[in-house]
Design a protein around this ligand. Structure first.
Ligand code: ARG
Length: 563
């Protein structure tokens, strides 16, 4: 039963066409507490239209209204407060959740449409930054949310594995590098060579010439340059994969920038054929003044391609391979202008899915108030943050539940979950300061709090043993149960909203809300104390556990049964 629809219909009939169903639905409010009803309709905005005082309008409507399906409809000042039929609503909601299980909230709005998600995309030979962490966890959650809405996401790791920096890196390695060192600690060593290159080339400009030469060789397929590049790439990828394993994130493709090398000539050809390339100081650019944007530099004067050249090839490839319904780029807000340019170039080129290109930006992250940067030499490795979090979670578990069987496994689920949840509960465009200790608390708006609430539900179900679970609206009618049931019923709408807004925080905030209402219920009712109505209370507990677990899954967070 869709109560919002029932309320809307009843009002539409009573208003006799004076207000559209859509306008009515948009005005409906949800009272803060259930004692003021389950849905409220404010009438002051109707006063002008109906030439009547709002209070009078509310009273007239209440008299006229068809009240079937409602416990009562009350007039409070200018408000009409609707009280749902608790018993029918509860029973139906619980039955729906229990029958559907993990697929509760699933819809097929996406019609199976393909959605490539450009995500994570760290740069080879550099440590993965906290920004890449955000892209990884936000992208992963968006993929789950899209699947839940009937889309077919394709998670693509667009590695930064090409560009002039590889000429510098090879030069540096040739001068100061050593195979054993790189093997032992690849990314750190490569960063060290790269930093040294930049220090020394200030006084020795010939180093830059050498680097250009090595990059030229790499582009022309020179075996040695290619061997070194391939080695650096594989070694870096291995370290990145450690992080992905810890996070439990997988990718469908790893088509990095280099994957598009043999596809750049076609891009340039199309741009030429469409007369979009113009010369500017020896370089080739696409004029974007029509879009109010600066020109996009496509080829340098020496003919070298750029980041955007490879991104155009990428978009063209995705267009042909997937015919995308949406084409998403989960990349930090600092690249917003860049993605505007990219989209504009694709539109000028007439790429069919150009309009589907969507930059999904996110804000900066600092850890314990400190900005992360590789330049300044202060590299806070993501790996270390994850390890620290798992360690702290382990200590917490040791204190709270020393006899837990699979402590290490649970510490991982809680420690990693705390970081992922701590990121995703924020609207993605917000900047975040990450205070690890706060995210690990079992109370407050944290991942462990949501996990712990579900553990509580699971423990009740275990204690109940084999008592049958049965939805019965008459038996779960206290205010705390009612709030919990209404929150459960909200889930499908949240799944849709998270998808429309590409916003995992909608699900994270929902999970916190459900955990809070459930904990209130838990505190107020003796769930196991009394046999009468026990199957119905267990049905509620089971439904909560199911929806909390599914919410966490949509965020990429695990849900241990005990902790
Ligand atoms: N490697 C880039 C960086 O670290 C991100 C790539 C984003 N994806 C893209 N198609 N441009 O800044």
């Amino acid at each position: 039963m869709d109560y919002k629809q029932t309320v809307t219909n009843a009002l539409a009939t009573a208003l006799d066409g004076q207000l559209s169903a859509e306008d009515i639905a948009a005005k409906l409010e949800r009272p803060k507490t259930s004692d003021k009803g389950d849905m409220a309709f404010p009438t002051f905005t109707l006063a002008k239209l109906l030439h009547q005082a709002p209070q009078q309008i509310a009273q007239d409507l209440a008299d006229k209204l068809d009240k079937t399906g409602f416990e009562k409809v009350e007039v409070v000042g200018p408000y009409l407060n609707f009280f749902f039929d608790k018993s029918a609503y509860s029973e139906e909601t619980l039955n729906t959740v229990l029958t559907a299980g993990a697929s509760y909230g699933q819809n097929d709005d996406g019609n199976g449409g393909n959605v490539p998600i450009d995500m994570s995309s760290p740069n080879i030979a550099k440590p993965m930054s906290m920004g890449h962490l955000r892209s990884t966890v936000i992208g992963n959650s968006i993929a789950e949310i899209l699947t839940k809405n009937g889309y077919n996401p394709i998670k693509d790791n667009h590695l930064g594995d090409w560009g002039t920096q590889f000429g510098k890196l090879i030069t540096a390695y040739k001068l100061w590098g050593n195979e054993a060192d790189v093997k032992a600690d690849p990314i750190n060593k490569l960063v060290e060579y790269y930093v040294r290159f930049h220090k020394e080339d200030v006084d020795k400009p010939e180093l830059d010439d050498e680097a250009r030469e090595w990059f030229r060789k790499l582009e022309n397929g020179d075996p040695e340059a290619h061997r070194l590049w391939d080695w650096f790439r594989k070694a870096s990828l291995q370290e990145f994969n450690d992080v992905y394993d810890k996070l439990g994130v997988t990718f469908d493709t790893y088509n990095g920038e280099a994957f598009y090398n043999d596809k750049l000539a076609e891009v340039v050809q199309i741009l030429k054929d469409k007369h979009l390339l113009v010369e500017s100081q020896g370089a080739q650019v696409v004029d974007l003044s029509k879009h109010d944007l600066n020109p996009a530099l496509i080829l340098k004067s020496d003919g070298a391609s750029l980041y955007i050249t490879r991104d155009i090839a990428t978009a063209l490839y995705r267009d042909r391979t997937y015919k995308p319904a949406k084409n998403l780029y989960v990349v930090g807000s600092e690249q917003t202008y860049y993605f505007k340019q990219l989209k504009a170039v694709l539109q000028e080129m007439g790429v069919p899915s150009a309009d589907a290109v969507q930059h999904v930006p996110f804000g900066l992250i600092t850890v314990d108030g400190k900005k992360l940067s590789t330049r300044s030499g202060r590299i806070i490795l993501l790996d270390k943050v994850l390890e620290e979090s798992v360690k702290l979670a382990g200590e917490e578990i040791n204190e709270k539940n020393p006899n837990l069987a699979n402590k290490e496994e649970v510490a991982k689920q809680v420690g990693v979950g705390a970081i992922v949840f701590g990121d995703l509960k924020n609207e993605r465009t917000n900047n975040i300061d990450f205070v690890l200790a706060d995210q690990l608390k079992f109370e407050g708006e944290t991942g462990p709090y949501v996990q712990y609430s579900r553990v509580r539900a699971e423990s009740i179900l275990r204690k109940a043993g084999n008592v049958a679970v049965k939805a019965d609206g008459n038996q779960v009618s206290d205010p705390e149960a009612w709030d919990t049931i209404k929150t459960l019923a909200d889930f499908p709408a949240m799944v849709k909203m998270a998808c429309d807004e590409l916003e995992p925080s909608v699900i994270a905030k929902y999970a916190i809300r459900l955990a809070k209402t459930f904990n209130k219920y838990y505190a107020h009712s003796k769930i196991l104390a009394d046999d009468a109505g026990l199957p119905a209370r267990l049905a509620l507990v089971k439904a909560v556990s199911t929806v909390l677990k599914e919410s966490l899954r949509l965020l990429g967070v695990q849900a241990p049964d005990e902790m």
